[in-house]
Write a protein that binds this ligand. Structure first.
Ligand code: PLP
Length: 362
């Protein structure tokens, strides 16, 4: 018997499963692209003092004024060009709430993205009954320009999401290709997801300044503050105003707002020290991984490595897991992902444990 709930819900939801990170305790957890716990004691003391000053009996600032100001300063834009959310995930849902008018002949709005990429674009679109179209990246994990141009022409997207650096491949979209796509999608909002920009050589600020249909998505999650749930969009004021209209007034807790301000102002040097250390470890780890005949890595602009294995990735994933080292495997996606692992760069000690475990496994 079908339950009343399946009758009441969007049919797409019945086919979706909740996003479920691997549970359990692992000595070395390198599966979620978090930064290691590496802030100085002084930074941690400042965070504790800041949290203690929260007015717990009051609602938080619905206008996010102090946070917008601090994020605007950090990004070289005005506060009117910023909206913050509970992680960039919430911004993705807000974008799909605000910008969901079908274009052209499609009965529902189209969200265009690439594959493999961040799964939340597709999941959030499906949960809202929007059409998600995923164009495969080319053989070097860069944007497949011709296929993207054709998809833009045929599907007339409302929203285009391009992660650069991309998750899970760690690669940046080449600037010229990105530009071509932004120009071709002039009737859509092109969101460039820069969750990993702090680990990359380039950002898309110039593209944002040049094209009014571009917005940039940023987050604190990958630089040591995943627990705060603070992400933000940099967009034109006309775009931000509509997102503010769609946003719940108290989407960010007072503690998250205050701690995020601290993270991007007073703590900025300490955070930079941490991210620089991760980039150094990334290069060391990549070099060490290249020493295994069974593995090859793609140069990374993020805080993780995209690793090709010479056997089904699941075998290595499972063997590492049994040794207490959790990485991310893409074997269940099949095709060209069947032999791919994504490994977050951890502390030096964690990376060494990974390398020791790999030496035993391979
Ligand atoms: C991790 C990740 C995010 C999500 O970040 P939150 O701010 O934690 O919601 C967004 N985009 C990409 C590409 C990511 O890898």
């Amino acid at each position: 018997m079908t339950s009343i709930y399946s009758e009441l819900s969007r049919p797409e939801l019945g086919r979706m499963a909740p996003y479920a990170p691997v549970a359990g305790n692992f000595a070395v957890r390198l599966d979620a692209n978090e930064a290691p716990d590496a802030l100085s004691e002084e930074s941690k003391r400042k965070l504790a003092e800041c949290a203690a000053k929260t007015s717990f009996h009051r609602y938080p600032d619905a206008t996010q004024a102090a946070l917008r100001e601090a994020l605007a300063q950090r990004s070289g834009v005005t506060p009117a060009e910023i909206v913050a959310g509970s992680g960039s995930d919430e911004i993705i849902t807000l974008l799909m709430t605000a910008f969901c008018r079908p274009q052209g002949k499609s009965p529902v709005a189209t969200v265009l993205t690439t594959t493999p990429s961040f799964v939340m674009y597709r999941m959030c679109a499906q949960a809202r009954g929007l059409r998600a179209i995923e164009v495969p990246l080319d053989e070097r994990w860069d944007l497949a320009v011709d296929a993207m141009l054709r998809a833009i022409e045929i599907t007339e997207p409302t929203l285009v999401f391009i992660a650069s650096p991309n998750n899970p491949t760690g690669t940046c979209a080449s600037q010229a290709r990105l530009r071509t796509i932004v120009q071709a999608a002039s009737q859509a909002l092109v969101v460039i997801d820069e969750a990993y920009v702090d680990y990359a050589a380039n950002d898309a600020c110039a593209l944002y300044q040049e094209f009014p249909n571009v917005a940039l998505l940023r987050t604190l999650s990958k630089i040591g503050f995943a627990a705060l749930r603070v992400g933000w969009l940099i967009g034109r004021p006309a775009c931000i105003n509509l997102l503010d209209a769609a946003r719940l007034p108290y989407n960010l807790s007072a503690a998250s707002q205050a701690l995020a301000v601290l993270a991007v102002t007073d703590l900025v040097e300490d955070v930079r020290r941490v991210t620089r250390g991760i980039v150094e470890e990334r290069e060391r780890l990549q070099h060490a991984l290249q020493g295994f005949d069974a593995l090859s890595t793609t140069p990374s602009q993020a805080n993780f490595l995209w690793v090709k294995t010479n056997r089904p990735a699941e075998e290595i994933f499972t063997a590492l897991k049994e040794k207490g080292v959790l990485v991310r495997s893409f074997h269940d996606k099949g095709g060209r992902l069947a032999q791919q692992l994504r490994i977050t760069v951890g502390t030096r000690a964690e990376n060494d444990r990974l390398l020791d475990a790999l030496a035993e496994v391979l």
